[in-house]
Design a protein around this ligand. Structure first.
Ligand code: IFM
Length: 441
């Protein structure tokens, strides 16, 4: 990319999440989470893998922060583990958990990097799940209590706050189809979990602000939804899926309404919560990976749509089609749909998995990742030229990590992790991103 392609003040960053890198699941007074339980259940995670050690970031964070400093990013997006802060999901915080994040945030700030903190990246304390999880409204209230604890303690250091990461994934993968913790297969009966997470978001925004915290946004996963044909049935299916995976989260937060397609599936009294959910935001985080293609359901399908492959594009090792121009399309459509209601956008996640190995020369050559990232940054730049206000970009991920039910095989990092030795090796893409950050594109 040409020099100075992006504005000087553009924020370059990388993202991770607690459960995917920390390990030390039984240390520091941390309570069990739904992902510990899920990973311990035979057949749930590829090759029987678990995150008890993961990338051992809990112990090796100084080395990881040094890598961030070497990379030269202006911001680092991490997440707090709710079960480290409140092992039972309520009540007084765990001092050792707070102390760990004090050390981590201090190290990040000392490196002159702005911490961007996600409060929840799917690691629900098991006790919260046992009390009903996101199927019950009370979880949103508990989440607000947790948010207050974090705001009070870390508000002096965290620059940007993200209450929940990708609530859509929790609702669909965790509650509707059961591929992720907690493995429920409720299909459309999972939709109330979206509302309770949206409510948790709004309550947490208020709770954080009440502590004096500022710079509060969100991180929703968005995918353009493409119809399989121009037929009315396929188009209707595409509109329905767009409501389910995109608008169910963005509309209430930005417009204070729910898509009409979803209303009949929401819990009674949901409308009264909309003013809380719509609490004004300082930024809107978009996590983008891939578009979806969809057709009308075939006979016997209990859902009003059927997914089709997105053909004609290369696939990552995680079977995601690589479609940079869909990011441009997505940003333009959000810019239009939410005109006047959309705060500045940050791309809070974007990246790809690859079969990365340390080569004989000691380096990790990952040209596919460099191509993926540069293609998406070009698309992002076009969207900015078209008037979309984008202020920053975060690569998923700083380092290889536990990719949920796929275990450790998909490698998303700019830094390779040898899980046997925990040795970190910056990949070629690390050097590429380092230069890009230095030169603002
Ligand atoms: O690893 C995940 C992350 O936890 C949430 N967003 C997508 C990433 C890649 O699948």
């Amino acid at each position: 990319m040409d020099r100075s392609t992006f504005p000087r003040e553009f924020l370059w960053g990388v993202s991770t999440s607690a459960f995917q890198i920390e390990g030390a699941t039984g240390e520091g007074g941390r309570g069990p989470s739904i992902w510990d339980t899920f990973a311990a259940t035979p057949g749930r995670i590829a090759r029987g893998e678990h995150a008890d050690i993961a990338a051992d970031h809990y112990h090796r964070y100084p080395e990881d922060v040094a890598l961030l400093a070497e990379l030269g990013v202006g911001a680092y997006r991490m997440s707090f583990a709710w079960p480290r802060i409140q092992p039972e999901g309520k009540g007084a915080p765990n001092a050792e958990g707070l102390a760990f994040y004090d050390r981590l945030l201090d190290a990040i700030c000392d490196a002159d990097i702005a911490p961007v903190a996600t409060l929840y990246h799917w690691d629900t304390p098991q006790a919260v799940e046992d009390a009903g999880g996101w199927l019950v409204r009370d979880t949103a209230e508990r989440f607000a209590e947790y948010a207050s604890i974090l705001g009070e303690r870390f508000g002096d250091r965290v620059r940007m706050w993200i209450p929940l990461n990708e609530p859509m994934v929790m609702s669909i993968y965790g509650y509707a189809i059961g591929e992720y913790a907690l493995g429920k297969t409720l299909l459309l009966d999972a939709i109330p979990t979206a509302h309770h997470q949206n409510l948790a978001h709004g309550l947490a925004v208020r709770a954080l602000r009440a502590t004096g915290a500022s710079g509060i946004g969100t991180a929703n996963n968005h995918s353009p939804v493409w119809t399989a044909s121009e037929g009315d049935d396929d188009k209707a299916a595409a509109i329905w899926l767009d409501a389910l995976i995109n608008r169910l989260y963005a509309d209430p937060v930005l417009l204070g309404t729910y898509p009409s397609e979803m209303e009949q599936h929401l819990p009674d009294g949901y409308a009264e919560d909309l003013p809380v959910i719509r609490e004004e935001l300082d930024f809107y985080g978009v996590n983008y990976y891939e578009p979806q293609r969809v057709a009308a359901p075939g006979p016997g399908n209990p859902l009003p749509f059927e997914l089709r492959p997105v053909e004609g594009y290369p696939l990552t090792t995680n079977d995601s089609p690589v479609v940079p121009h869909a990011l441009h399309e997505l940003l333009l459509s959000m810019h239009e749909r939410y005109a006047g209601a959309l705060p500045p956008i940050y791309i809070t996640e974007n990246g790809c998995s690859a079969d990365d190995e340390v080569a004989e020369d000691g380096h990790v050559h990952d040209p596919d990742r460099v191509e993926f990232l540069s293609g998406h940054l070009r698309a992002l730049r076009f969207a900015m030229d078209d008037g979309v206000d984008v202020r920053g970009y975060f690569v998923w991920s700083l380092m290889d990590n536990f990719e949920w039910s796929k275990g450790y095989a998909p490698r998303f990092g700019l830094v390779h992790v040898d899980y046997a030795t925990q040795r970190r090796t910056p990949k070629d893409s690390f050097g590429w991103y380092q230069r890009l950050v230095r030169d603002d594109g």
